[in-house]
Design a binder for this molecule. Sequence first.
Ligand code: AMP
Length: 496
Amino acid sequence: MQIGDLIRRAGRQFDAAPCLIHGDRTVSFAEFDRLTDRVGHGLLARGLQPGDRVSVLLPNSIDGVVVYYALAKAGLVRVPLNSRETASEHTYKIEDSGSRGLVHAGGPPTQVEVMVDLDEITELMASAPAGGDKPCDVRRDVDAPLRLAYTGGTTGKPKAVVLTTTTEMAEVANFLVDLIPDTTPGSVMLHAAPITHGSGAFFLPHLVKGAPNVVLDKFTPEAFLAAAVDHGATTTFMVPTMISMLLEHPETATTDLRLQRLCWGGAPMATSVITRAVDVLGPVLAQLYGQAEAPLAITCLQPWEHLDHLGSAGKPYTFVEVDVRDTDGNSLPPGEVGEVMTRGPHTMKEYWQRPEATAETIEPDGWLHTGDLGAFDENGYLSLMDRRHDVIISGGYNVYPREVEDVLLGHPAVLAAAVVGIPDAKWGEQVSAAVVLRSPVGAEELTEHCDARLAGFKRPRRIEFWDALPTSPVGKSLRREVRDQMSDDEKETTHV
Ligand code: AMP
């Protein structure tokens, strides 16, 4: 089965019902099927061949979604570019993926063989081809590349993860079985985050169930609240920074929302923020744990489990295997920390043209190394400690930055915190914190707060107050940049 089959069937079944909404523009299910056919044919008519990579640099919009799924129908491989990244980052991805095509709005970052701008997409969508509309139905092997997703990579250049029709279908199945099983034509998905990233995973599960997807230009708490009320949003996806912004907004608590699931993931969220979010928004939080190599689909934690399992990332999805192993590859019993491994149709096929990196990440029997450290509890709930390479080793002890950040964030004056290890002659690494304050507080008070809650070796020896923490284009805090900037003398530094 191909992605286009899902779209064609939804077009027939849900016909004139709203499928995709952006501002005052609405596209029905039948139209979405037709528009993706037209654009798919149009792209092939420009000389692109099935299997060619096509980079897409479009804002969050109906056109962007149409192009994504037109590519799937035409057997072309989507390479989404994030508009918040720089032109040189775009050029790198276009070249690394060997893109033959580029669909863009405004100034293209580089020239490729087939350049298609937004005006051309608009024209393709507006006019029926001579001889009438015909399905665009290029059928490819379900394990052939469907899209390439670039992942930051902690060292070296970003690598592209190859995702296939199998990966995409597994995501749809896992979401509908475990995360959002109550999706019906009455549900409404509000895409607050860029559809190029996590939120895009919610599009197909809603489409196949006949529910509309609403696209927001850009996340701000005001825009989110207004759209959520206007459209009666039942489901949304956010990364933790967005939830924090929403909770800081004065109108959030008083707005009457219909939300049933506020799905979050992509990075850990402090337990103090989770409890506050449940307080303010009700029991609607659902957590997902995944990574570019296994998109949003390793474990999930349902709303009713959230408060009883604070700090856990939930249980494996139905069609996903998860194991925690030591460095020799032995499975560890509950309570013991090791590397989280996963296997199943939800994982990437490979890193694009990087056989060595693929061999380091995927075992011959299919198990994928996530690079995350975690432990199961007796009931099968997984807790994540940290990324393997973010663990700080101070005086021979392992310090998990996340645990220290969580304690700092538990102080009412702390808005954001990043904990990193700075090289130290005596201890190997020194636990150091960059903190953004909500209200004034001294470093001593924060140290006392940590002393009362953390073992001595975990206490930050150095606390710096920053105006903001560096974040990635999708709003994740970047510990590596914090580590690099920590020695910057310009900032107010306090040694404790
Ligand atoms: P990325 O590949 O950029 O999506 O980053 C994935 C990484 O983010 C994972 O390997 C985890 O380290 C982290 N992550 C994702 N979801 C969660 C979560 N729910 N809780 C804690 N960490 C998470």
